[in-house]
Design a protein around this ligand. Structure first.
Ligand code: PMP
Ligand code: GLU
Length: 402
C-alpha cells in the first residue's frame, strides 16, 4: 500500500515548525553534535514539587479510571476560582472544559464553530499552529500583518477592516508567541470596544503566557463586560506552571461553546488523563503571586530576556523590539537575506535557520512559520550560559556571510 490512502486533510497540513526544528536538532544531538536548542517554547524549569506530589497521590489513590469528559468537577471549580483570583472574572464550572493541552482546547473550539469557508481573523506574527488548526477545521485564516515598529501589535482599525460577513472568530494572543508583546489595558479596551460592535464574532483569547509578564499585571481581554458573552478564554498549565508534558489546557466559554467542545471530545478523547488532572488541580489552586517557584521562574526569564537583548545588540543587522512577556525574542534578520557564505545564497528565514543549525549548531524557528518571513524566533527558555554561547555561535556564523 502507498500513501495514496492519505486524506487531503492530512496531506495539506504542515508539520509544526517549532516541533520540526526541535526534531532536527534532536537528530543532530543523537549523532553526537553539540546543538543548543532554542527552538522549542517550553520552560526549562521542573514542575513544582507540590504539583508532582498531587500527581503521585492520584496514582496511589487509584484515580485512574475514565474521567468525566469535560474534566473533574473539582478541577473545573478550581479553574473558576483561579479566574476569579487572577483575573477577577466570574465563570461557572460548567463553562469550563479541560482538554489535552491548550492546543487541544483551541482546535476543539475551531472544530465546533467553523463551517467550510468561515473566516477567522488572526494577527501576524501568530503562533504556528493557529492557521493550520483553522484550515483543518474547514475555516479560512484571514491574516492581519503587524510590524516590529508597532511592537507587533494589531490596532482596532486593522481588526475592524478584516471583519467581513463570513467572520466567525477573532484570535488573540497576549502575551504573544512568537513576539513576546503584551497589550496594555488601554490597548485591550480599544480592541474590546471594536469587537463589541460585532456580537456574532467569537473572540478566542489565548492567555497561556499570562504569568510570564515582565510589565506587571496581566489583563484578560474578558475583563471588558461589553464582550464577556462573546469570548472564549484559552489557558493552561504548560507555561506558567512548567507543566508542558502533563498536557492540560482549558477553555472558559459561553455555555453552548463549552457544551459543544464537551460533545466533540466525548467522541475524540473521553476527557484528558486523570493523573494530569489531579496535578493540574494543585497547580491552578496555587496563587502565582505567592508561589516561590513561579516567581523565581518569571524572574529568571526576565533576566535572560535582558541578557539576550544586550547580546543581540552586538550582531550587525539584527533588529529587535523589547518583549514584555513569554520567553521569545523575534528579531528581524532580513539584513542577511541575499548574502552567502560562498556556497549558497541565503534567501529567507528558513534557509537562515538551516544555515545556523548546520553551521552554528543552534536551533531556531524561521519567521515564515509565524507569518513573518523577515524574522526568526529565539526561545530563551534556557540558562544564561547557553544563551551567551548560542549568541556567540550565531554571531560567528553570521559574520561569515557577505
Ligand atoms: N498557545 C500558544 C500561544 C502556545 O505557545 C502554546 C504552546 N505550545 C499553546 C497554545 C499550547 O500549549 P499546550 O498545548 O502545551 O497547553
Ligand atoms: N508553544 C511551544 C512553541 O511554540 C511548544 C511547541 C508547540 O507546541 O508548537 O514552541
Amino acid at each position: 500500500m502507498n500513501n495514496n490512502i492519505l486524506s487531503n486533510r492530512i496531506l495539506n497540513l504542515s508539520e509544526s515548525a517549532t516541533l520540526e526544528m526541535t526534531r532536527l536538532s534532536r537528530e543532530l544531538i543523537s549523532n553526537g553534535i553539540d546543538v543548543i536548542t532554542l527552538s522549542i517554547g517550553e520552560p526549562d524549569f521542573d514542575t513544582p514539587m507540590n504539583v508532582k506530589e498531587a500527581g503521585k497521590m492520584a496514582i496511589d489513590n487509584n484515580i485512574t479510571h475514565y474521567p468525566p469528559v469535560p474534566g473533574f468537577m473539582e478541577l473545573r471549580e478550581a479553574i473558576a476560582k483561579k479566574l476569579k483570583r487572577d483575573n477577577n472574572l466570574e465563570f461557572n464550572a460548567n463553562q469550563i472544559v479541560v482538554s489535552t493541552g491548550a492546543k487541544h482546547s483551541l482546535i476543539n473550539v475551531f472544530m465546533c464553530i467553523l463551517n467550510d469557508g468561515d473566516e477567522v481573523v488572526i494577527p501576524a506574527p501568530y503562533w504556528v499552529s493557529y492557521p493550520e488548526m483553522v484550515t483543518l477545521s474547514g475555516g479560512k485564516p484571514v491574516i492581519v500583518d503587524t510590524t516590529i515598529d508597532c511592537d507587533f501589535k494589531v490596532t482596532p482599525e486593522q481588526i475592524e477592516s478584516a471583519i467581513t460577513s463570513k467572520t466567525k472568530a477573532f484570535l488573540f494572543n497576549s502575551p504573544s508567541n512568537p513576539t513576546g508583546s503584551v497589550y496594555s489595558y488601554d490597548e485591550l479596551e480599544a480592541i474590546a470596544k471594536v469587537l463589541a460592535k460585532y456580537p456574532d464574532v467569537l473572540i478566542v483569547a489565548d492567555e497561556i503566557y499570562e504569568y510570564i509578564n515582565f510589565g506587571g499585571e496581566h489583563f484578560s481581554l474578558a475583563s471588558f463586560p461589553e464582550i464577556k458573552d462573546q469570548i472564549v478564554i484559552v489557558n493552561g498549565v504548560s507555561k506558567g506552571m512548567a507543566m508542558t508534558g502533563w498536557r492540560i489546557g482549558y477553555i472558559a466559554a459561553p455555555l453552548f461553546i463549552a457544551a459543544a467542545c464537551t460533545k466533540l471530545q466525548g467522541q475524540y478523547t473521553s476527557g484528558t488523563g486523570t493523573i494530569s488532572q489531579m496535578a493540574a488541580l494543585e497547580a491552578v489552586s496555587t496563587d502565582p503571586k505567592t508561589s516561590e517557584e513561579v516567581q523565581n521562574m518569571v524572574r529568571a526569564f526576565r533576566e535572560r530576556r535582558d541578557l539576550l537583548i544586550e547580546l543581540v545588540k552586538d550582531i550587525p543587522g539584527m533588529k529587535s523590539n523589547i518583549p514584555d512577556g513569554a520567553f521569545y525574542l523575534f528579531p528581524d534578520v532580513s539584513y542577511y537575506y541575499g548574502k552567502s557564505n560562498g556556497d549558497a545564497v541565503i534567501s529567507n528565514s528558513t534557509e537562515l535557520c538551516m544555515y545556523l543549525l548546520n553551521n552554528a549548531h543552534v536551533a531556531l524557528v524561521p519567521g515564515e512559520a509565524f507569518g513573518s518571513p523577515e524574522c526568526i524566533r529565539i526561545s530563551y527558555a534556557t540558562s544564561k550560559e547557553m544563551i551567551t554561547e548560542a549568541v556567540n555561535r550565531i554571531k560567528a556564523a553570521l559574520t561569515k556571510l557577505s
